[in-house]
Design a protein around this ligand. Structure first.
Ligand code: SF4
Length: 352
């Protein structure tokens, strides 16, 4: 992966921009107007686009899993979302429904939520049939109540926005709907192209942040927490509802001190009137995600010891490992107090 640097207009700090080493496009995506729009954007960065003969992505496997990871994370594939993605699934507690403008992420978080949940190599796929994806959303709206849609489950939509323009298109679309609301979250900060969009208050923009020892050493390829918060401030000043996703909350050494510092910084930067929510997500892992993460990040210091955790089973019998109840209670009490004291006007949407 090539990370190049650009200067943010207002903050004068360097921001990271993902520029893949190779971009592939399938015939089906190339036939779409939106696919053509993505190709044109990619070319403005001087990256050639290789046309594939078939609609399958192949040839991204290296000699071992590490090499496969490196090749895939250096690749953007422009493809059409499969028909199965037009059948939406609920995503509680974040939103009513999830939909996807891309799948895969250019960042390198050592606890990545995608590990073990997406099959195949971790290539970033951007969808060329976005208009079809957006039109399909109407089928899930209800006249009598608001409907919310989460678009960050399989990707970091802002992390690929400079190459796709797809998040901006989603924001424009939701700005035209009466009862439908968009939610996205990111660890990137390049928001300038989103500021003046006709969002109509129908998009809640969130950034994911964490205590310094986590963000500094476990979130490769992302913008710094300070940059993310400054981006969020800009969005709020342009009338967007905003949110902080504190995730994954980790009981690291001296966690009270580190999370306390984080809240001081959030309060310093978001010292404006805004519509602010918090989402609080503790760290968890599954046997599958542990297996994948240990291949992707063999030197990581991330705690994935089962004996430090309690087992939680879902309704299908799947296991995840979460913090023990007493640790959970302490984390929850401390973080809730921080929010109450710094942001009494904010809403905590959920703790999990
Ligand atoms: S930003 Fe999210 S999706 Fe991307 S690598 Fe980090 S955890 Fe995974």
């Amino acid at each position: 992966m090539v990370i190049s640097s650009t200067k943010s207009q207002t903050t004068h700090v360097k921001t990271k921009l993902w520029l893949p080493q190779q971009v592939l496009v399938t015939p089906a995506a190339e036939a779409e107007d939106w696919g053509q729009q993505i190709i044109a954007r990619v070319k403005t960065f001087g990256i050639p686009v290789k046309k594939l003969k078939q609609n399958r992505i192949s040839g991204l496997r290296g000699k071992n899993e590490r090499e496969t990871y490196a090749i895939a994370k250096n690749t953007l594939a422009i493809v059409n979302a499969p028909p199965s993605q037009l059948k939406l699934t609920p995503i509680p507690p974040s939103a009513d429904w999830q939909f996807h403008l891309a799948q895969g992420c250019p960042a390198h978080c050592q606890y990545c939520y995608l590990a073990g949940s997406l099959s195949g190599v971790p290539v970033v796929k951007a969808y060329g049939n976005l208009p079809q994806i957006l039109t399909n959303l109407k089928n899930y709206e209800r006249d009598e109540r608001d409907t919310t849609y989460e678009v960050s489950c399989y990707t970091d939509p802002l992390g690929v926005e400079h190459l796709t323009g797809s998040l901006a298109e989603c924001i424009r679309y939701f700005g035209t709907r009466d009862n439908a609301y968009l939610r996205w979250v990111s660890k990137f900060d390049r928001v300038d192209e989103l500021l003046d969009l006709p969002h109509n208050g129908h998009t809640r923009c969130r950034v994911s942040v964490n205590a310094d020892p986590v963000s500094h050493s476990m979130e490769g390829g992302t913008a710094t927490v300070t940059q993310r918060l400054q981006a969020l401030r800009k969005l709020a000043l342009n009338g967007y509802p905003i949110g902080i996703v504190l995730a994954p909350i980790m009981a690291i050494a001296d966690w009270q001190q580190h999370y306390s510092r984080l809240f001081t910084e959030i309060a310093d930067i978001l010292n404006i009137e805004c519509d602010l929510t918090f989402e609080l997500i503790t760290h968890r892992f599954t046997p599958k995600s542990k297996e994948v993460l240990q291949i992707w990040y063999p030197k990581s210091k991330l705690d994935l010891e089962e004996h430090n955790r309690s087992q939680k089973r879902n309704k299908f019998g799947g296991v995840k490992y979460v913090y023990h109840r007493d640790t959970m209670d302490k984390l929850k009490e401390f973080i809730s107090e921080q929010i109450d004291s710094y942001f009494p006007q904010a809403t905590i949407l959920y703790w999990t």
